[in-house]
Design a protein around this ligand. Structure first.
Ligand SMILES: Cc1cc2nc3c(=O)[nH]c(=O)nc-3n(C[C@H](O)[C@H](O)[C@H](O)COP(=O)(O)OP(=O)(O)OC[C@H]3O[C@@H](n4cnc5c(N)ncnc54)[C@H](O)[C@@H]3O)c2cc1C
Length: 403
């Protein structure tokens, strides 16, 4: 018997997807929130390419924005499994909004908490955990994506401040709307000697401007994507997280949770695609029979279900082992995203096929899920980057995963 929060659970009854009553309660809360507040606005915000700031603030009211920050620092004190639950449930309805949530809660809040001093935590976390400020993270640049260690943005020490110069591209939450810069960013730049350092850069710092809000994206249109321009942007030394030049660890540790939660978004997309195609196949009649009677339709449904189920087991197994304070899960955080992203895209594609002409229209949801799913093969690392990293890790002599 295993004792979980004073319940005795036999290992055969252990629920991988809701391992404790707190996780189950979180999922119930999210399902209600999604039904009542997320679903009614999803199509409209996708169409308008608009971020829903009120909905974001409602996430603050539910304690979701500081989900993985310990309670003593003002967060909900939960773990990677909880983060997976939130991303999975939000993405059954609005993966675009979920991406904005991820950029804030994982890329800014969790990343800042893990790498900041107590004094810095006290300065940055209360406003971002409450939803008064919207955060994001700037790693990618116009000329540098996969080859991230080749980034060109520099931070030059000048007395008690750094002067940051460069451009950050594709920054989720970089803008709040077409003209308004986002509030606060965690930015990677090269300091003296070419090493990576991490800075918190706030709206209003001289030299930081909104380059462009990127429009007409294929999917995830309910999140904003923007270019940030830094021209001798003056950032106090007190806004550097950790030691100068010591940020590779920050980046790698946060990429692991980012990839896991992007994989969780894939699970939500596939779950919703399945719900829609199973229901439609029951209701739609052709040649005098429900279309679920046709073998080709059965193949779309059954293949999607088995692949979703396999991905879900993999994602939750990796999540329960992930230590947010320590890197060391690269093989499987890349692995879950590699497998789940394409799984979700294929499930959404099959759902469109099962729904026929209706599947091609926004009101039936699955065309939006299909567009949103494609991002997961690119953002947070392309599928080719995952293949590269995983092969490297597996090639190391005697990798424990293969013993
Ligand atoms: C909607 C959206 C939101 C985003 N949000 C953020 C964000 O908030 N913050 C942030 O920093 N970034 C963000 N990104 C950027 C994202 O992480 C990058 O787009 C991604 O890492 C790929 O980089 P790239 O676009 O420069 O492509 P490139 O790196 O130029 O890649 C182009 C192609 O070459 C392939 N390739 C490159 N190197 C190799 C190799 N060694 N082997 C095999 N193939 C290779 C790639 O896989 C890809 O197919 C976002 C992107 C999008 C589209």
């Amino acid at each position: 018997m295993t004792v979980l929060n004073s319940r005795e659970v036999s290992w055969t009854e252990f629920d991988l997807f809701n391992p404790t009553p707190e996780h189950a309660l979180l999922r119930d809360t999210l399902r209600e929130f999604v039904r009542d507040q997320v679903e009614p606005q999803a199509l409209e915000h996708d169409r308008a390419e608009r971020f829903n700031l009120d909905l974001f603030r409602a996430c603050g009211d539910l304690d979701l924005l500081g989900l993985t920050v310990p309670a003593e620092a003002g967060g909900a004190g939960m773990d990677a499994v909880a983060s997976v639950i939130v991303h999975e449930e939000l993405s059954t309805s609005d993966p675009g909004f979920c991406l904005a949530y991820l950029a804030h809660a994982v890329l800014f809040v969790n990343n800042a908490y893990q790498n900041a001093s107590d004094e810095q935590r006290a300065r940055y976390l209360p406003d971002t955990i409450a939803g008064r400020k919207v955060g994001g993270m700037g790693m990618s640049e116009p000329d540098v994506g996969t080859d991230v260690l080749g980034l060109r943005t520099t931070a030059r020490l000048d007395g008690d401040r750094y002067l940051i110069t460069g451009r950050k591209m594709w920054i989720t939450n970089g803008a709040l709307d077409d003209h308004t810069l986002g509030d606060v960013f965690l930015v990677y730049a090269k300091t003296d000697g070419g090493q990576l350092s991490t800075f918190v850069v706030e709206k209003g710092f001289a030299g930081l401007t909104l380059g462009q809000k990127i429009k007409d994206k294929l999917g995830c249109r309910a999140s904003t994507t923007a270019e940030l321009v830094f021209e001798d942007c003056a950032v106090p030394v007190a806004n550097r997280l950790g030691a100068e030049g010591g940020s590779i660890g920050h980046m790698m540790r946060n990429l692991e949770l980012e990839r896991l939660t992007l994989a969780a978004m894939s699970l939500g997309i596939a779950m919703r695609s399945l719900r829609e195609m199973v229901r439609y196949a029951d209701e739609r009649v052709a040649f005098g029979r429900p279309i679920r009677d046709f073998g080709q339709i059965q193949r779309y449904i059954a293949d999607s279900y088995a692949q979703w189920r396999a991905a879900r087991g993999y994602v939750y197994d990796v999540a329960r082992r992930m230590d947010l304070a320590r890197p060391g899960n690269r093989l499987d955080s890349d692995g879950v995203k590699l497998f789940a992203a394409t799984m979700a895209k294929e499930a959404a594609d099959r759902a469109i096929q099962v729904l026929g002409g209706n599947g091609y229209v926004g009101e039936f949801v699955v065309e939006r899920l299909w567009r949103d799913a494609k991002l997961l093969e690119i953002g947070g690392g392309t599928i080719e980057a995952h293949q590269k990293n995983m092969t490297k890790d597996l090639s190391r002599a005697q990798h424990t995963a293969l013993r």
